[in-house]
Design a protein around this ligand. Sequence first.
Ligand SMILES: [Zn+2]
Length: 427
Amino acid sequence: MADTLFTNVRILDGTGQNAPYSGSVLVSGNRIRQVGRSTAPIAPGGATVIDGAGATLMPGMTEAHTHFSWNDAPDLAAIQTMPLEEHVLWTAKVARNYLQAGFTSCLGAACAKPRLDVVIRNAINSGQIPGPRYLAASQEITVPGGLGDEMPPHLPFPDFSFGQVVNGAEDMRRIVRMFLKYGVDSVKLNLSGDNFVPGADAKTTWMTDAEVAAAAQEVAMRGKRIIVHARSCASVKQALRHGIHLIYHASFTDEEALDMLEAAKDKVFVAPGIGILYALLWESERWGISHDKAVSMGYEEEWAAACNSLKAMHKRGVRVLPGGDYGFAFNPHYQNARDLELFVKHLGFTPMEAIRSCTLYGGQVMLMPNDIGQLKEGYLADLLLVDGDPLADVRILRDAKRILAVMKDGVFAKAPPLNARAWERAA
Ligand SMILES: [Zn+2]
């Protein structure tokens, strides 16, 4: 693996602590070997030199709530009816494109068929296909009538559902053990409902404590992680009661829930996926969801509650991470970095805090806090070269043209432009 020296770059280290500064960065093998200020240039030696011409060099982003196998369809049923063979190819393509978009790490938040995430993770890790660092999820585990149970009453075929439907603690144990056998990193439980599901709205909480406890016990026994869909206030508390520390959505909270989140703030991560709430309310008319329809489905109420909850969490020092639920027609894949803009506009984040949530916090949520998420000597070389200053305008992080280069593990997944006026390889 050739060494790479980035010169003339504006270094944004991803910690949220330090203002960017100009300098150069030497990558040796798959690690960052040296970071230097422009006042003390690094000698290139035999390294390939990339003149950044003032572009920003920052850590790769982490998506904390990813569904590679969601297929950009306008409804939930279409996720499941895609035949398996096409679905594998689709999922591989999506994984590659997330990396190209600047996400060097993604945390799977549920897949559509039992082994899709595991197969894609393994194929990435063995070098068969390109993709981000990836933690593979199970399908969503739900209860009858809940989010993920798409089975029509008169057609009792479980394959209609993109989730696995369980009844009771022992049934939960059976399904969780199946996913653990398949090799998932995370087991996904749908603790609450969702406004997309008739009869099981976002404020409902239908999984019993006995079911959650059985899942938590099995997962803990094998050293894996439980992740939860928890929109309702009761489901947020249920997660915390069972020691579950990766919570998706957390739209509805009260003082008690916020106190519980704050008390666990060194362990807990919240990845709300607010992009889809925004899209459903204001951008989904083309797919039959007018603003009025979205309001009647409960999304205006949930958006307002989520903004209040997440603002309060952020103030209390709870780690809130961007990404989530991209992969629908109205909230398509690869626009995931839009959450950064929404965090700044609606949740009271500074641009620096928004970026930290997908860099420093990204490394933490991926369980690799000492290896990724920071641009720092000794860390793995997961890096983005960005045209412009994301602190001045976070929107550039979702513009493919502005992501000039993506490096994962010391290798370019997206090479910097050759023959461009400002960027050239000198070696
Ligand atoms: Zn999700």
